[in-house]
Write a protein of this length. Structure first.
Length: 319
C-alpha cells in the first residue's frame, strides 16, 4: 500500500444497544410485516451456518471504507491492491476479525471477481485465518462459481475497494433483527440505514454484521472475469456490464451500512453474500417479499477509517 493516501478517521455516534433496538423496531415496521429486534448474546459464529474464523462480532467495533468504485470505473486501476493484515493495522486493531464486501485481488487470482471477506488477521504468534469466498462468472456455463479463497490462495489480499466491519471477534451482546414478509420497497439493509438516518438526522452511525436469508430468493450481481475495456460512464453501462442472478436461500450476507456520510466520500451500504450451495456475490434485495425471512446480528461501530480515498470521485455504480 505504498502509493496510498493517508488514512482518515472519524468518530461515529454509538448509542446504547437498547436504544438502537427501539429505533430499528419502529422503523422496520414500515418495511416488513413481522419485526422483532432485541439485544441478545451473539450466536457462536464458528458454528453452522456461519463457519466464521471467530466466535463473535464484539470488541472494539469499527468500519473502514478502502479504495472505492472510482478505482473500478470508468476504467480499472488494477494496481490498487490491499492486504487485510495491513488494513487491520490502519484501523488500529492488529489481529482484528474483518467481514464485509469488496473486490477480489485480480493480480493474484488472474481475473476480476466478487469478494466476500471473512478474515481473522495475523497477530503476534498467530497466523491469519482466511475464511473468505470469491465468486466469478463460470466461463463454462455463464453461471455463478463460488470458491473458498484459501482453497486456492495463501494470502489475505483484495483489490480496488472494500467496505469492512472490524472487531476483536469476541462473544458478547449484539442486536438481533428478525423480520418476515417485506411490505416495502427497501432491502433489509436499506431499511435499517434509512431508519437510522431519519431518527438521527444530524449524526453519523454505522452498523456492521451478518444476516441470513432463511427463506426465499435474492437478486445479486457478479462482475465479469474481464474488466471492461470501454470506459463505463453511467449506471446503465455498469449494469449492462455486470452479470445478474437470482439465487436461493439459505444465504449468509456480510454487511456494512452508514446512516450519513461524515464527509469521507463513503459508500453508505455494501453487502456481499455466500452460501453453502455454491451461490454468492453482490447482494441487492430479496425477490420473494411475500415469503422472505431474515435473521441478522449487528453492532454499531465506534469509528470509521477512510483508507486510500480516491482523489477523483463520482457517484456511479454505488448500488
Ligand atoms: Zn459489491
Amino acid at each position: 500500500m505504498a502509493t496510498t493516501t493517508k488514512t482518515e478517521r472519524s468518530q461515529l455516534h454509538c448509542p446504547a444497544l437498547e436504544e438502537l433496538c427501539d429505533v430499528l423496531q419502529s422503523g422496520l415496521n414500515n418495511n416488513f410485516a413481522d419485526v422483532q429486534v432485541a439485544v441478545v448474546a451473539c450466536p457462536d459464529l464458528t458454528e453452522d451456518p456461519f463457519h466464521f474464523p471467530v466466535k463473535g462480532l464484539c470488541g472494539n467495533p469499527r468500519i473502514t471504507d478502502v479504495g472505492g468504485v472510482p478505482y473500478l470505473i470508468p476504467l480499472p486501476q488494477k494496481h490498487k491492491e490491499y492486504d487485510m493484515n495491513t488494513v487491520s493495522k490502519e484501523v488500529e486493531l492488529p489481529g482484528a476479525f474483518m467481514l464485509g464486501a469488496g473486490a477480489a485481488p485480480s493480480r493474484i487470482i488472474g481475473m476480476n471477481a466478487e469478494f466476500m471477506p471473512l478474515v481473522q488477521t495475523e497477530a503476534e504468534g498467530r497466523p491469519a485465518v482466511n475464511g473468505s469466498y470469491f465468486s466469478s462468472v463460470n466461463p463454462a456455463d455463464g453461471r455463478c462459481l463460488q470458491e473458498k479463497y484459501s482453497d486456492r490462495f495463501p494470502d489475505c489480499h483484495f483489490g480496488l475497494m472494500a467496505n469492512l466491519y472490524a472487531c476483536d471477534g469476541k462473544p458478547g451482546k449484539v442486536i438481533e433483527v428478525r423480520v418476515k414478509r417485506r411490505t416495502g420497497e427497501d432491502s433489509l439493509i436499506s431499511a435499517m440505514r434509512k431508519t437510522l438516518e431519519a431518527h438521527y438526522p444530524d449524526k453519523s452511525l454505522a452498523l456492521g454484521g451478518t444476516f441470513i436469508i432463511q427463506k426465499g430468493k435474492a437478486k445479486i450481481h457478479i462482475m465479469p472475469r474481464e474488466f471492461s475495456v470501454c470506459p463505463l460512464n453511467t449506471n446503465d453501462e455498469v449494469n449492462d456490464w455486470l452479470k445478474h442472478y437470482e439465487i436461493n436461500a439459505p444465504i449468509i450476507c456480510l454487511s456494512v451500512l452508514v446512516s450519513r456520510d461524515p464527509g469521507l466520500d463513503l459508500r453508505v451500504e455494501h453487502t456481499h453474500c455466500f452460501s453453502h450451495h455454491g451461490e454468492g456475490g453482490h447482494y441487492y434485495i430479496d425477490t420473494t417479499p411475500d415469503t422472505v425471512e431474515y435473521v441478522g446480528y449487528f453492532l454499531p461501530a465506534e469509528y470509521v477509517y477512510r483508507i486510500d480515498r480516491p482523489q477523483e470521485s463520482h457517484s456511479i455504480g454505488r448500488d
